[in-house]
Structure formats: structure tokens, C-alpha cells
Design a protein. Structure first.
Ligand SMILES: C[S@@+](CC[C@H](N)C(=O)[O-])C[C@H]1O[C@@H](n2cnc3c(N)ncnc32)[C@H](O)[C@@H]1O
Length: 276
């Protein structure tokens, strides 16, 4: 099986749009009243959810005129957050067809479809012309991509000179055997973790200038602690959440990820760079 197929099969739900739609009445909402805040627990598929997105995106110097690229956009939760906050245009690309179809439907529900277009495709070979975008970001995607040199060359190609590019990925910390499955991979052979230095090296080789690196380990530990406390206080899972995406495998994937972070084998890290 090609790596692209393995990745999209890993993320395939099978009936995701219906599963999200079925939860809406339990939120006391309808398709007309649902907001991007209501959807955030399910459509921000990275450590820290919306809170992490706000922290990360706030460092990218985005303005209203900017056309922004979301690399590996998933369901497009971050794209909707950006388009809503900056009143600008966002284009997303993702390998997983079901995420793109679902994500475009969610954009229509919250009436952001005029600002956002999500496309199925590979970040390693994007159907965009050179120097199309004023900025780009990528959240929790590099763990599925072995060839980071090609990935960053391709992102560099589609950015205008001076454009900002931010990465928020789970990265390798100390050496040690990770426990699988984790949210991005069922087993070691489909996980492509790299250390922050490897990311920075690949970014600089592509031509980017790296200006910031933030290890978000403590934020992650605190986030998961607060999430567990909330589930206990509420007496169960909320109508929408990462369990909607990962279904029966959610508990073991999240548990392993928390343990891998606690052991300092991995950590979520932000890296901010710009194109010369
Ligand atoms: C953990 S999800 C994160 C999704 C989204 N960025 C978010 O934070 O909500 C990882 C996503 O990366 C996508 N992905 C992995 N490899 C890719 C590639 N080569 N090209 C495009 N998308 C890819 C997957 O399809 C999946 O949607």
C-alpha cells in the first residue's frame, strides 16, 4: 500500500458527516445555529484543540488581505477559525477525502464557504502555482510525512517572498520506544516523527529563516489533565470531541499519547519561519 493510501485509511471514519450531524441536537443546536466554537472539539484535531490554534495562529502575522494555506487541513477547523478571525481567504489541502468532503460541508453550515476552499491532495505535490499564498501553517501533519525536505520545498514554492510559515507538530524529544497506537499512527512503521532540529534543518535547507521554537509540553500535560477533569465532572464525554473522529480507538490512542509525552519521548512543538 502506498504511504498516501495508508495515511488516508488510518484517518477514514466511514460516516463522519452523519456522526457530527447526529450530535448537533444534543448540543441544543441546529444546522442553522451551529457555530465554529461548537464544532471546535471535533474539528481541531491536534493537542490543545482551539486553545492551541489561538496561541499558534496569533504568531503568524496574518491580516485581512492575506490568502493563507492550511497544509494537511483535516476537517478545516483551524481554517474556519482563521477565516472568521481575520475575515480573509483560506485554502486547505489534505490527503483524506472524507475529511475534505466533511470539512467543506461544515464550512457551509457556518456560512464560511465563500472564504474557504478545502481540496483533496498531497502536501508533497500541491496543485497550486508558485508564490500563490501570503502565509501558511501546518498542524500535526509532519508525523505522517517522512520526506520533510520535499514537504518544505513544496510549501516554500507556493509562498510569496516574505511570507510566514508556522509548524505545530508532535516532535521527537528524548530517545525511547513509543507506545502505539497514537492518534496519527497505529504502529511505528507508519509514524514519521522527527526532532525539532531535523525540522529546522529541513526548513532552512528549503530556504526558510527560522525565528522561533516553542516546546508546548507543559501546555499539553495541563490540557489533558483539565480535559480528564471535565469529563469526570460532566459524567461522560461531550456530544462532539476527538472520540467522534477516532471512535473506539480514542481512549487507547489518547492514553498512549499522554504517556509518551509524560516520558518525554515526544512533545508538541511550534516552529515559526518565513520565506526570504
Ligand atoms: C492529526 S490530523 C490534523 C488535521 C488538522 N491539521 C488539524 O489540526 O485539525 C493529520 C492530517 O494530516 C493529513 N495528512 C497526512 N499526510 C498528508 C500529506 N502528505 N498531504 C496532505 N495531508 C496529509 C491527514 O490526512 C490528516 O487529515
Amino acid at each position: 500500500m502506498s504511504n498516501d493510501r495508508a495515511v488516508s485509511e488510518h484517518y477514514l471514519h466511514g460516516d463522519l458527516l452523519k456522526a457530527i450531524q447526529a450530535a448537533i441536537p444534543r448540543l441544543g443546536k441546529t444546522l442553522d445555529s451551529i457555530t465554529i466554537e461548537d464544532l471546535a472539539p471535533v474539528d481541531e484535531f491536534h493537542i490543545g484543540g482551539r486553545q492551541a490554534t489561538e496561541h499558534f495562529v496569533g504568531q503568524l502575522n496574518i491580516s485581512e488581505q492575506d490568502h493563507i494555506l492550511d497544509v494537511g487541513c483535516g476537517l478545516g477547523g483551524a481554517a474556519r477559525y482563521v477565516a472568521n478571525r481575520y475575515n480573509n481567504h483560506v485554502t486547505g489541502i489534505d490527503l483524506t477525502e472524507e475529511y475534505i468532503e466533511t470539512g467543506n460541508a461544515l464550512c457551509a453550515w457556518v456560512k464560511l464557504d465563500q472564504h474557504i476552499s478545502l481540496h483533496q491532495g498531497s502536501a508533497l505535490s500541491m496543485p497550486f502555482q508558485d508564490e500563490t499564498f501570503d502565509g501558511a501553517y501546518m498542524m500535526h501533519v509532519g508525523m505522517n510525512i517522512d520526506d520533510k525536505a520535499r514537504l518544505f520545498n513544496e510549501i516554500y514554492r507556493v509562498l510569496r517572498p516574505g511570507a510566514c510559515f508556522g509548524v505545530y507538530d508532535v516532535m521527537r524529544d528524548k530517545h525511547g520506544e513509543l507506545t502505539y497506537p497514537v492518534p496519527w499512527a497505529t504502529e511505528k512503521s507508519t509514524s514519521n516523527l522527527a526532532a525539532p532540529d531535523q525540522y529546522k534543518h529541513a526548513l532552512e535547507n528549503a530556504g526558510f529563516v527560522v525565528s522561533k521554537e516553542n516546546n508546548r509540553r507543559e501546555f499539553a500535560v495541563d490540557f489533558f489533565k483539565r480535559l480528564a477533569e471535565k469529563v469526570a465532572a460532566d459524567g461522560g464525554l461531550p456530544p462532539l470531541g476527538l472520540h467522534t473522529l477516532m471512535q473506539q480507538s480514542t481512549a487507547v490512542k489518547i492514553k498512549n499519547m499522554i504517556e509518551n509525552i509524560a516520558a518525554e519521548y515526544i512533545a508538541p512543538v511550534e516552529i515559526i519561519a518565513h520565506k526570504r
